[in-house]
Ligand binder design. Structure first.
Ligand code: F6P
Length: 545
């Protein structure tokens, strides 16, 4: 029996029928205590679910579904290192990466907590060497530019965190610029290399597998640039200008990074869950080791809440279950992430990978195909900018979209009045948009008389996530909350959130097409691909003639 045939699912379907015609404006009119009843706090975060199309009865039924799916046992399985990733036969222990040192965690006979803290301390030593100018480039000078080369989980998390925690840059590292290069076409790298000095540039090659072609292509170009600029042998360049962060040390060594320049993590850390490991080195370089530890501590606080709080008050659980309600019972398949703080500009891209790569699945853990929906299409943008781009669709389009509004209550405390006023402006917009999406133009007195093109129907559900202030701790907690949300949904849908087989075949097909692009006689594809290859080859011939 799949979950959609279960009693708890049937009860929710029935309940959805009852609520389907109920507009959010009626729900607010019926009950002026919605906020008190439907908002919850933990670990720096307040989650207001009152603008979701739910009642307390909905939450009760959702929690019954979670219990039916044995969520408490599944949460414990995650934390204790059970093989929650069966297709790759391993645990998913990103929570262990933020556990305090004194909390042991045994995998077989090994206390992985010790190994984790060893790796963390080694990373911190390298960070200090770079900060204090001990790490030298080929001309004997200190490092001024650090370039993280990675893609997906080896890029998005560190990039997001560096931008989010920009204001926490430690004084001693003001001189070091951190850059991120991910795209395989080389455009970011080409632009960057034309404006930085090779002698004072250090590359961090971040790759769990150390076999991702995007990352290796960028790294090869970077190394060639350094060899050409310095005139030195490749071995010397690798020693002074490359650090490798990986779960595949042999491959990093084979590529040419000496072992003393490598930091390791473990195959039980999923790529998109890896910014808490040494993959986060760019974050530590940018914000300082102590802020990196604070970020881990904030995530651990959320982990503890997730592991111990009752399901009825558990933020990640509620966030996830309301998502399930929207997707499976209200048929909403689009999800917009809208931070009202420019420092969180990369959060939507990060969540795109976290949610869609984790839960964009259509077979159960046992390999059975099913009919219900899983992860929605998720996208987003900094809220105030999105207001001038796609909010038209949110307010007046034909699609139902669930939205997450995210904002800190306080900002610019140590700055002038003007910036604080700008924050107030952003908050007012955040609250206005979620209010209008929920209630439509019923917020106005005479809306009924307006022409139809000026009407706002409302009833678009949203959650508002407020954090006290954006700090390393609250940021860590926020991201951990989303990670756990994804896990909870995977438990309900009975899918594996920790593998990503859907990205593998594209890599293989690309490898075979690379040969065909070079070989004019090759025709081993469909007519579209052949036609496009022909076009490229003709352009190339004309350019060369
Ligand atoms: O192709 C998808 C993926 O495997 C992601 O899951 C991962 O985050 C990314 O590629 C990068 O992988 P790696 O860190 O092994 O280079």
């Amino acid at each position: 029996m799949t979950v959609d045939q279960s009693p708890a699912w049937a009860a929710l379907s029935l309940h959805a029928e009852e609520l389907r015609t109920k507009h959010l404006k009626e729900m607010f009119a019926d009950d002026d205590k919605r906020f008190e009843k439907l908002s919850f706090s933990a670990a720096h975060c307040l989650a207001d679910f009152s603008k979701q199309r739910i009642t307390e009865g909905t939450l009760e039924r959702l929690i019954t579904l979670a219990q039916q799916q044995q969520l408490p046992q599944k949460i414990e399985a995650l934390f204790s290192g059970e093989h929650v990733n069966p297709s790759e036969n391993r645990p998913a222990l990103h929570t262990a990466l933020r556990q305090p040192k004194e909390m042991p965690l045994f995998l077989g006979d090994t206390d992985i907590s010790k190994e984790i803290h060893c790796s963390l301390e080694r990373m911190e030593t390298l960070v200090e060497q770079i900060h204090n100018g001990q790490w030298r480039g080929y001309d004997g000078g200190p490092i001024k530019n650090v370039v993280n080369i990675g893609v997906g989980g080896s890029d998005l998390g560190p990039l997001m965190a560096c931008r989010a925690l920009n204001m926490f840059s430690a004084d001693e590292i003001r001189d070091i610029d951190i850059h991120f290069v991910s795209s395989m076409d080389g455009s970011q790298l080409a632009r960057l290399l034309s404006r930085i000095d090779p002698a004072s540039t250090l590359f961090i090659v971040s790759s769990k597998s150390f076999s991702t072609i995007d990352t290796l292509a960028n790294s090869n170009t970077a190394r060639e640039w350094l060899v050409n600029a310095s005139g030195l042998p490749v071995e010397l360049i690798s020693q002074h200008h490359f650090i490798g962060i990986t779960a595949s040390p042999a491959k990093a060594t084979e590529w040419g990074i000496p072992e003393k320049n490598q930091l390791h993590f473990w195959d039980w850390t999923g790529g998109r869950y890896s910014m808490w490991s040494a993959i986060g080195m760019a974050i530590a370089l940018h914000t300082g080791n102590s802020n990196f530890r604070k970020m881990l501590a904030g995530a651990h606080e959320m982990d503890t809440h997730f592991r111990t709080a009752p399901l009825t008050e558990n933020l990640p659980v509620l966030l996830a279950m309301i998502g399930v309600w929207n997707i499976n019972f209200l048929n909403i398949h689009a999800h917009a992430v809208l931070p009202y703080d420019g420092r969180l500009q990369h959060l939507p891209a990060y969540l795109e990978q976290l949610e869609m790569e984790s839960n964009g699945k259509s077979v159960t853990l046992n390999g059975d195909q099913f009919d219900y929906s899983t992860c929605p299409i998720l996208w987003g943008e900094v809220g105030p900018n999105a207001q001038h781009a796609f909010y038209q669709l949110l307010h007046q389009g034909t699609e139902s979209v669930m939205c997450d509004f995210i904002a800190p209550a306080l900002r610019y405390q140590e700055y002038g009045e003007e910036l604080r006023a700008q924050h107030q402006l952003a908050l007012a917009n955040c609250l206005a948009q979620s209010r209008l999406l929920a209630l439509g133009d019923s917020v106005l007195d005479n809306a009924d008389n307006a022409p139809s093109h000026k009407r706002y129907r409302g009833n678009q559900p949203s959650t508002t996530l407020m954090i006290d202030e954006l700090t390393p701790e609250s940021f860590g907690a926020l991201i951990a909350m989303y990670e756990h949300k994804v896990y909870v949904q995977s438990v309900i849908w009975e899918i594996n959130p920790f593998d990503q087989w859907g990205v593998e075949l594209g890599k293989q097909v690309a490898t075979s097409l690379l040969d065909q692009l070079a070989d004019t006689s090759s025709t081993n594809t469909d007519s579209s691909t052949q036609g496009l290859i022909r076009f490229v080859q003709q352009q190339r011939q004309e350019a060369n003639s």
